[in-house]
Ligand binder design. Structure first.
Ligand code: S3P
Length: 170
């Protein structure tokens, strides 16, 4: 890994970006940043409350600032929020300068994980079909990541192992 690069985890809500990112950072003994947590700390509110109080546009502005700031780190594991990679500035910075992993799962698995989540304002009031469509649309953009990890038939430990193997070869 080039010393300027970070290891970035992206993908849909419920894909395990935070938990896998945290495990990988522990294994590699390097720092870990969860962007959603940084935003919650900065604003002093949970993500769902930020959406309720200030709206999505405001959240996306803070998300862009915090993500680009965190990407200035070196050799850090960074887990994005599910919508961050859709932002062109964030996407370009990641594709140009960092190692990125898309945690890919079957659409049905993701829908089952997130459909009743009150913590996730983007899908909170959506139907199954709407969530499926969102996943399919976003997957086209997530697929630009440097590495796609098909997680469906792997345990958490196997996913982490696979990522570390790729990282060590890179
Ligand atoms: C979002 C995903 C969430 C959070 C916000 C918006 C999205 O992060 O940033 O609710 O648009 O996909 P997680 O992917 O960590 O749930």
């Amino acid at each position: 890994m080039n010393s300027k690069e970070n290891l970035v985890f992206l993908g849909m809500m419920g894909s395990g970006k935070s938990s896998i990112g945290s495990l990988v950072s522990k294994k590699l003994n390097i720092d870990f940043i969860d962007i959603d947590k940084k935003i919650e700390k900065r604003i002093g509110l949970k993500i769902s409350k930020i959406f309720d109080k200030n709206g999505e546009k405001y959240f996306r502005e803070i998300e862009e600032i915090e993500t680009l700031k965190s990407l200035k780190n070196k050799k850090t594991v960074i887990s994005l929020g599910g919508g961050a990679f859709l932002n062109n500035k964030i996407k370009k910075e990641i594709l140009d300068n960092h190692i990125s992993f898309w945690l890919n799962w079957d659409v049905k698995t993701l829908v089952n994980r997130i459909k009743d989540s009150k913590k996730r304002p983007i899908v909170h009031k959506s139907s199954r079909n709407e969530i499926e469509e969102l996943i399919k649309k976003r997957s086209i953009i997530y697929s630009k990541a440097m590495y796609k990890i098909d997680c469906e038939n792997l345990t958490k430990n196997e996913i982490v192992k696979k990522i570390i193997e790729i990282y060590e070869k890179s």
